[in-house]
Design a binder for this molecule. Structure first.
Ligand code: ATP
Ligand code: MG
Length: 329
């Protein structure tokens, strides 16, 4: 069955290996057989970066380049800008009428992110971003959403909102399924790799940058000397082997546990594997770098396509709710 796929990324910085593992590699596969929408989530970026709109603006084309670099193909996937589809904001307002504040406050991802950002009080927009995310998914009636594990509560919230809407008014919206990718730990070993926490390996990093980042990465803290037995399961670098160097990961685990491989050699081997993964991405990126007119045209085109669908859905939503007062039949 052909699926309609919707997914996206906050435009808060360059995309990194966590995105690749959690979502981007699934998108590249899905676009071959399914209808894919990829959203540059600038409104969702504002929920934590409203005081830095310049940063969002500066990263829009960067994220578009990240997409092209991993192989998202504008001929197969529709890439669009969230804020330029105002129907998403309209649908968010409608949804917000029947989502309770407590449901949002108890959302585990909201709690974890609020703690990571050091929020003592929650901004209304931040607390409500899962509602906006439900509108991102529902406007195009997506059936499948490839996301990282941190997004599971949001997809569950979306499903609840869609069900509630359909029960209250008329069955016009579609309940999506999540396609959950693996989670990648950050270089600092304190949580997930994240663009706003400074613990990421960006997809466009050079070999030298990669070496420096991996050299500084935290490892098993109980390993002081080279021949101390290691604990791969608590080491973020081992996590990178498991995800990106599967051929050698088993051997690395064994030698680490026995204390026959030191962290320096283990890191050198993951640098080689990651550099091999990133090389074709750098090449693809260089084909589009500096071609701002092409990138803008691609996003304008994609946004037009997304907007046409959003208008149709909003028409159905208004009709279902009987607030389509002056619609011509
Ligand atoms: P920010 O820190 O700005 O929130 P982020 O790195 O968390 O940035 P998002 O734009 O919030 O990135 O997430 C985009 C997609 O990438 C989501 O589906 C998310 O689950 C996935 N993702 C983000 N970080 C990781 C990670 N470390 N491992 C796996 N998937 C991830
Ligand atoms: Mg995030």
């Amino acid at each position: 069955m052909q699926q309609r796929v919707l997914t996206g990324d906050r435009v808060t910085g360059k995309l990194h290996l966590g995105h690749y593992l959690g979502s981007l590699q699934n998108r590249v596969l899905l676009q071959e057989r399914h209808e894919c929408f990829v959203m540059l989530a600038d409104v969702q970026a504002l929920t934590t970066h409203f005081d830095r709109p310049g940063l969002i603006r500066d990263h829009l084309r960067q994220v578009a380049l990240d997409y092209l670099s991993v192989g998202i193909d504008p001929g197969k996937s529709t890439m669009f800008v969230q804020s330029l589809v105002p129907e998403i904001a309209e649908l968010t307002v409608i949804f917000s009428m029947f989502v309770t504040v407590n449901a949002l406050r108890h959302n585990p991802t909201i709690k974890a992110e609020a703690a990571a950002h050091g929020y003592t009080d929650l901004y209304y927009g931040f607390l409500g971003y899962p509602v906006s995310q439900a509108a991102d998914i529902a406007f195009c009636k997506a059936t499948l959403v490839p996301v990282g594990e941190d997004q599971i509560p949001h997809i569950e919230q979306t499903r609840k909102i869609v069900r509630r809407f359909n029960d209250l008014y008329a069955p016009v919206l579609v309940e999506p399924q999540a396609l959950v990718g693996d989670r990648l730990e950050g270089l600092d070993g304190t949580g997930k790799m994240s663009k706003s926490l400074g613990n990421a390996i960006a997809l466009d990093c050079t070999t030298e940058e990669l070496e420096v980042k991996v050299k500084r990465a935290k490892t098993d803290p109980s390993r002081i000397r080279k021949d101390d037995p290691g604990h791969p399961d608590v080491c973020p670098v081992y996590g990178y082997h498991r995800s990106f160097n599967p051929d050698e990961a088993g051997e690395i685990r064994e030698s680490c546990e026995k204390g026959t491989i030191g962290c320096t050699a283990c890191k050198a081997s993951i640098v080689r594997a990651l550099d091999g993964l990133l090389k074709p991405l750098r090449e693809r990126r260089s084909r589009y770098e500096g071609k701002d007119a092409f990138l803008d045209e691609m996003l304008i085109d994609g946004t037009e396509r997304a907007r046409a669908i959003a208008k149709t859905t909003m028409g159905e939503v208004r009709e279902a709710m009987k607030i389509d007062y002056f619609a011509r039949k």
